[in-house]
Every structure is written in structure tokens, then in C-alpha cells.
Write a protein that binds this ligand. Structure first.
Ligand code: FE
Length: 227
């Protein structure tokens, strides 16, 4: 099957958060969408392997923060490529507790919503949680980040647990070698450089400063291997 048509479906970039007792967790998700207008309901597709899945399943509540186009890779990396099993994702993030008790990330968020789960569907690797929106706020009218922008401009990578993950195709030869972070899967592409760290497009991996770090997880250059 040719998977290209799937890449033409558009998504946004969101942080979906929930609680379990008094513990908070959240993750990056692109599969978030409105289902009905009256009442307002939203669906989120969450991998069963993710910590946030257990939190939503247990508490029956979740929040969605809509990321702005300027959200940095460090924030996306913290919520998308690290696990709440290892770190407290909310330790250095501006957030508040919503009326459902779910944490709501405010950093680089254009708006947020919170919902109570009214139904969930077992989709094999993922669960589709449908929630009724009980509260929401428009923070600012800034451009929001699309999934396409994350991939094309930010050089973002799709983790294996994402609903839209596709196995990478067998790669054609590149003129400049790409390097992959062994910790988080981020791929340094010389043609794109790393604009957030002032690395110009066209900079080969070998020419990156020794103190350059993975823009997603902060791993040093030594944790990279050629793709
Ligand atoms: Fe990394």
C-alpha cells in the first residue's frame, strides 16, 4: 500500500494532559479534533504505551493546549520524547490546574480546553477518548503550529507511539549525511541546520560546535549516529 495519501491529512500540534490522583502528566499529540458542536465534544487518540493514557483512563479527564507556531523544540521534546515515568514534565513549565483537576499547559499555548471523558474506543494500539468540553480559554490570537510545520520547518520526528507514525522508507543517497539521536530519535539534517541554535542550513554534522546538543532531548553530539 502507498502510505503517501495519509501524509496529506492535516493535523495540529497539541499537549494533552491529565492527572492521576494528585500527579500530573502530559504528552504531545497531533490527533485531536472536534466531534460535535452541541454539546462540544473532542476526541484524542492516545497510545496505550504512554503514561498519559493511564492517567486519562483512570481520572476520566484531560486538557488540550494548542501550541503556537513559535513553540520551541525543547518544549516539544520534553512532552513528546520524554516519559513521565522518568521526569516530572511539569517541573519547569507554566501551567494551571483546570476545573476538572487536569493540568493545563500555558507555555506557548494559544488556547486550551478541558474535557470529561464520555466514551472511549479501544483501537488496538491506541484508545480514542471522546470528551465533553467543560471549560476553555482563548489565550492569544497567535498562529498555531500545524503538524506539517513541525515536520518541514522544525525538522520534527514522529515517535513510534504516535498514531500517524510511518516506517521510514529505504533512503536514497544523501550528499551530506544525516545523524540520528540515539536517545530520542531526532534526526539532524544538514540541509535544515538547527535554526533555534543559530546553526545555518547547510552545516554538516561534523562542523557543529562540540557543545551543540540535541534540540529535542538535550543529548550531546556523542549520542548521535549516522543514519
Ligand atoms: Fe535527542
Amino acid at each position: 500500500m502507498d502510505y503517501k495519501p495519509l501524509q496529506k491529512i492535516k493535523y495540529g500540534m497539541y499537549i494533552v494532559s491529565s492527572r492521576k490522583g494528585d500527579k500530573f502528566n502530559g504528552q504531545i499529540a497531533n490527533t485531536v479534533f472536534q466531534i460535535t458542536a452541541e454539546p462540544v465534544t473532542m476526541a484524542v487518540s492516545i497510545s496505550k504505551q504512554n503514561f498519559t493514557h493511564d492517567y486519562i483512563a483512570e481520572s476520566g479527564v484531560f486538557s488540550v493546549s494548542v501550541l503556537t507556531v513559535d513553540a520551541p523544540m525543547t518544549l516539544i521534546g520534553q512532552f513528546g520524547f520524554k516519559s513521565g515515568r522518568d521526569i516530572d514534565k511539569f517541573a519547569n513549565v507554566d501551567f494551571k490546574t483546570g476545573q476538572t483537576g487536569a493540568p493545563v499547559v500555558l507555555d506557548h499555548s494559544a488556547a486550551w480546553l478541558e474535557a470529561k471523558v464520555i466514551s472511549s474506543t479501544d483501537c488496538g494500539t491506541h484508545t480514542l477518548f471522546i470528551g465533553e468540553v467543560v471549560n476553555c480559554e482563548n489565550i492569544k490570537d497567535t498562529k498555531t503550529m500545524s503538524y506539517n510545520f513541525y515536520h518541514r520547518i522544525k525538522g520534527g520526528f514522529t515517535p513510534k507511539n504516535a498514531p500517524t507514525y510511518q516506517k521510514p522508507p529505504k533512503k536514497e543517497q544523501e550528499t551530506m549525511k544525516k545523524y540520528k539521536c540515539k536517545v530520542c530519535g531526532y534526526v539532524y539534517e544538514p540541509e535544515k541546520g538547527d535554526p533555534e541554535a543559530d546553526i545555518r542550513a547547510g552545516t554538516p554534522f561534523e562542523k557543529l560546535p562540540e557543545n551543540w546538543k540535541c534540540p529535542v532531548c538535550g543529548a550531546p553530539k556523542s549520542e548521535f549516529e549516522p543514519v
